[in-house]
Design a protein around this ligand. Structure first.
Ligand code: NI
Ligand code: MN
Length: 230
């Protein structure tokens, strides 16, 4: 079983076998961050791409808790230059342990760059992760992406039962593409993310649900700060 806490936008805290894992940490400045939430430990950190809304809190959390930090090679190298230890850069198709989980890096159809002061630095390719749970189930964390045909491959290879999909539109896919993605992925449940943070991220779980009517796929709209079990 995994405990899932949405921290708003694309940021999630996962609890697995007593270990704590954060994905795409953006705490301070995140309009939907649940006040009162605080990490007490952090065993692993997964980053999908270099945009600030996915790693603005990475350096601070890494220095405080010394988790294993997983991202693409370029982001890990940049984090190391900022004093982050224990990074483990990887690339698409590779798999490695992230605390009690294993994570396979997947493709994403998006961009990736790192804001370093006034400079915009190349952030490697954007990605996502297949999360391999200790009980054998797999989940797919898409990161920021448009729909892409690789998702059909992930369905075939990994058979994820749960997908975390961006639905906000504008910077990522909206509900229409996300519904098609969910069907391609053949998942049972979708946790929508990357919506509602700013007015421009206008996609809603209700719109996704309408597009998935009759599919048997459940839209699991979790609330920031309310931990759910899967
Ligand atoms: Ni992005
Ligand atoms: Mn984003």
């Amino acid at each position: 079983m995994v405990n899932i806490t949405w921290l708003g936008h694309g940021t999630f805290a996962l609890g697995v076998n007593g270990e704590s894992i954060v994905i795409d940490p953006w705490l301070e400045g995140n309009p939907k961050f649940p006040s009162g939430f605080a990490f007490s430990r952090l065993d692993a950190m997964l980053i999908t791409h270099g945009h600030f809304d996915h790693m603005a809190s990475a350096i601070e959390l890494a220095k405080k808790f010394s988790p294993k930090v997983i991202a693409n090679y370029e982001i890990c190298t940049w984090l190391e230059s900022k004093g982050v230890a224990n990074t483990s850069g990887m690339n698409k198709g590779g798999r490695q342990q992230a605390g009690a989980l294993a994570a396979t890096m997947t493709h994403a159809l998006h961009s990736s760059s790192i804001q370093d002061g006034s400079n915009l630095i190349y952030g490697g390719e954007p990605g996502g992760y297949i999360l391999h749970l200790p009980d054998g189930r797999n989940a797919y964390f898409a990161g920021d992406t448009a729909i892409c045909s690789e998702m059909a491959l992930y369905a075939s290879i990994y058979k994820p039962e749960l997908a975390f999909l961006p639905i906000g539109d504008h910077y990522t896919m909206g509900p229409e593409e996300a519904a098609h993605a969910a069907r391609m992925l053949q998942v049972k449940k979708v946790i929508p993310m990357h919506y509602g943070t700013f007015p421009v991220l206008a996609g809603t779980p209700e719109a996704l649900g309408a597009k998935l009517a009759g599919s048997g796929i459940e839209v699991w709209a979790v609330e920031p700060g309310k931990t759910v079990n899967w």
